[in-house]
Design a protein around this ligand. Structure first.
Ligand code: 5GP
Ligand code: MN
Length: 334
């Protein structure tokens, strides 16, 4: 259980804040950061939202005031001297990538607000609850504890986006009646669910949809059809998308799970200098424990791993082998 009053005490008794989140931020990361910033605005605090990655295009509609900055060393002074640094929706410092060094050096009082398990101790105080389906739910409860009138339309939009995206549009585990009650409250504050859904999911580019099409037509099966995997190598990615680094393929891996026989879906994404793996599962198969064996992490049904400097061809057999082993344990037999 999170001590919301303690977080409020930290917010009230300080004046300058840095808010940051993980590389390749998702809707929960961006929505939670903005809702928290809007809360600080109302408390008349100074704040900077600074992220390693640029905001993915489909979430830009939330940031009408352009509050989110992409990190560059010009921000080092403010990061160094802010009173409080809030790490939102992640719990290992490595996920701040280029900001890691300055976050470490910063003299700020550091806190984590998150819903992933096994937080790393790089901060002064950790507020997390793995039963929450999104960090957005935590920010909602935080603001509500202080003053529910602070949940205005723009805050509600940000929180709704956070919760919708991290629950797979209200489908995943950890969905409870409480989550629906929170969402109902957000809608009563002016959120338009159709508008938000279309903004987030129905603005894909033609090229990205074609890339998804190729990824789907190349799906391969392992372990008697219980594992499905997709491979996006540089050649395929560059055929469709001009991208230097990792970009948002949110949702691609879930298509693996649409097959009846499948329990685990894997997506291998080749980076310029490394490989990113997204893991998804059905039932109670814990993909986070597969991910943790390679230094990644996440949730029971959705996890990720980043292999810096490792080639996709080397990573792929290792991850598949480990997944098969874990699946054997889980199923008894394959
Ligand atoms: P995705 O596959 O969509 O990037 O991530 C799925 C989930 O796994 C997310 O909730 C995210 O928090 C977690 N995750 C993704 N990549 C990593 C990683 O490299 N390290 C850790 N610890 N968690 C990750
Ligand atoms: Mn999240």
């Amino acid at each position: 259980m999170i001590n919301y009053n303690r977080i409020i005490e930290i917010l009230k008794s300080n004046n300058s804040f840095i808010i940051t989140t993980h590389v390749n931020p998702d809707g929960d990361a961006i929505g939670s950061e903005l809702a928290l910033a809007y809360f600080l605005q109302k408390l008349n605090k100074k704040f900077w939202i600074i992220n390693h990655s640029p905001t993915p295009e489909n979430y830009l509609f939330l940031d009408e005031e352009n509050l989110i900055h992409k990190y560059n060393p010009d921000f080092d002074e403010v990061i160094l001297h802010a009173e409080v640094l809030i790490a939102v929706d992640f719990n290992t410092i490595g996920r701040t990538r280029s900001m890691m060094e300055i976050v470490e050096k910063s003299k700020a009082y550091k806190i984590i607000i998150d819903h992933h398990r096994n937080p790393q101790n790089f901060v002064d105080e950790i507020f997390y609850d793995i039963d929450e389906p999104a960090t957005g739910n935590i920010i909602y409860k935080l603001i509500k504890t202080y003053n529910e009138d602070f949940i205005d339309k723009k805050t509600a939009d940000a929180l709704y986006t956070a919760i919708m995206t991290d629950t797979g549009s209200f489908r995943f585990e950890r969905i409870t009646s409480e989550v629906h009650l929170i969402v109902a409250d957000l809608i009563s504050r002016g959120v338009n669910p159709t508008y938000i859904y279309n903004k987030v999911y129905n603005e894909m580019s033609y090229e990205k949809l074609k890339l998804l099409g190729e990824a789907i037509s190349n799906i391969k099966l392992e372990a008697n059809g219980k594992i499905a995997f997709m491979v996006l190598d540089r050649k395929l990615i560059e055929k469709y998308v001009e991208s230097e680094e990792e970009f948002d393929v949110d949702g691609f891996a879930n298509y693996c799970l649409s097959l009846k026989s499948v329990i685990v879906g894997l997506l291998f994404f080749e980076l310029k200098n490394g490989t990113k793996v997204s893991l998804r599962s059905k039932e109670k198969f814990p993909v986070n424990s597969v991910a943790e064996k390679f230094g990644g992490g996440g949730h029971l049904n959705a996890a990720g791993i980043r292999f810096d400097g490792m080639k996709l061809v080397d990573v792929l057999p290792k991850v598949i082998k480990q997944t098969i082993e874990d699946l054997k344990q889980y199923e008894g037999e394959l």
